[in-house]
Design a protein around this ligand. Structure first.
Ligand code: R1P
Ligand code: URA
Length: 236
């Protein structure tokens, strides 16, 4: 393997599993390692973007923070796919609901990730690219959730470059196109996966609703995030 360690990841060859769970928050990665994994080894501390490898029900799995926004997950996922031989990245994140039928605590799986980002420009495509999840991972996630009696909503999500946006109408326009929820990374992850010939999926928990202003308490957040983590671990 060439190019490792990277400026952002100090892991050595073989230290990262074929499947990586990737929350935005590195402390959520630590939470998963502490609460779900056995025989844990921390492989990255560069910029405090913690990465851990351990076993879950006997399977080797890694979990690493990806940061906030597409430039950040763009870097970490690119390096994992291209330099660390990772095959699958499953983002597990929080999101704001923007569809009427989406409520707090819902688990939304991004079949597609629309975006206002220019990440795709690098590919010089003669049209508009549609970033999509890997179907096999998507199907497995839905099946695992069904078995665990956890409701999921599958559809289009928005990966936004902005958390605070001056255009108050923007979310209403995406909502009119049946986009379910807004987060900030999936589209870049899906594009990096496609370009690398690898697999990606984004599973989200609705932590707030953009139009109603409703938001989860800290305790609620932890419990519902656990459902999402367990779906991801199940399919890892
Ligand atoms: O909870 P995470 O995974 O960080 O995801 C969401 O939360 C952050 C914004 O608060 C953005 O990264 C957004 O995508
Ligand atoms: O990106 C995000 C994440 C949670 N809630 C939002 O409104 N946006």
């Amino acid at each position: 393997m060439h190019n490792i360690p990277t400026p952002h990841n100090e892991a050595k060859a073989g230290e990262i599993a074929k499947t990586v769970l990737m929350p935005g928050d590195p402390l959520r990665a630590k939470f998963i390692a502490d609460n779900y994994l056995e025989d844990v080894v921390c492989f990255n501390k560069v910029r405090n973007m913690f990465g851990y490898t351990g076993t879950y029900q006997g399977k080797k799995v890694s979990v690493m923070g990806g940061g906030m926004g597409m430039p950040s997950i763009g870097i970490y996922s690119y390096e994992l796919y291209h330099f660390y031989d990772v095959d699958n990245i499953i983002r597990i994140g929080s999101a704001g609901g923007i569809a009427e039928n989406i409520q707090l605590r819902d688990i939304v799986i991004g079949m597609g990730a629309s975006t206002n980002s220019s990440f795709a420009n690098q590919y010089r495509l003669p049209g508009t690219y549609a970033p999509i999840a890997d179907f096999e991972l998507l199907r497995k996630a839905v099946e695992a959730a069904d078995k665990m009696n956890i409701k999921t909503v599958v559809g289009n999500i928005l990966s936004s470059d902005t958390f605070y946006d001056d255009n108050e109408e923007a979310m209403k326009l995406w909502s009119k196109m049946n986009v379910l929820a807004v987060e900030m990374e999936a589209a870049a992850l899906y594009m990096n996966a496609a370009r690398a010939g690898k697999k990606a999926l984004c599973i989200l928990t609705i932590s707030d609703h953009v139009f109603t202003g409703a938001s989860l308490s800290a305790e609620d957040r932890q419990n519902t995030f656990r459902d999402m983590m367990e779906i991801a671990l199940e399919i890892a």
